[in-house]
Write a protein of this length. Structure first.
Length: 167
């Protein structure tokens, strides 16, 4: 049974660390999983990204298309992507029957302090700072990136997926 999990939150919230743990746990359940990580996918889909609204519309639409294609082929998919507008995540939800939105809620100050990519220091057009970020209104799972470990957050997601009968 295929499904998709979309991890959303600000840059530096802990999405990638949670995604890594989630993939490990999904594999332990005997399932193959594909990760659509926005930093990696952006190099392929929009190598000269402007990070404006039109660029984001294209990128997140293409990312959702790829995720849908993988799910249709029977693959579990983890989206590791901010998707700053609800409409990006909602578009994927409308096309994927078994869809789980996970909000990695982390205070902006914590994200800035982590800033492993230097994006906050560079003044990049980051969601939550220079660009809007619309948190989910009703995520299936909410975790806090500043409390607990990525493994604990991933375990909560696995619990939800198992409870839905997807694993």
């Amino acid at each position: 049974m295929s499904f998709a999990v979309w991890l959303t939150g600000l840059s530096g919230s802990g999405k990638s660390a949670i995604a890594g743990e989630l993939v490990r746990l999904v594999h332990e359940c005997g399932r193959e999983v594909s990760v659509l990580e926005s930093d990696v996918m952006r190099t392929q889909l929009t190598p000269f990204a402007r990070y404006d609204e039109a660029d984001r519309d294209f990128f997140y639409g293409a990312l959702a298309d790829i995720g849908v294609a993988l799910v249709v082929k029977g693959r579990a998919v983890v989206f590791d992507a901010t998707a700053n507008r609800r409409r990006y995540r909602d578009a994927a939800r409308q096309r994927i029957d078994r869809f789980c939105e996970v909000y990695v809620d982390t205070p902006l100050e914590v994200c800035r302090a982590r800033d492993t990519k230097g994006l906050y220091r560079q003044g990049a057009a980051l969601p939550g700072v220079q660009a809007p970020y619309e948190p989910p209104l009703s995520p299936e799972v909410m975790v806090h990136g500043d409390r607990g470990t990525p493994a604990e957050a991933a375990a909560r997601i696995i619990e939800h997926l198992a409870g839905r009968g997807w694993l």
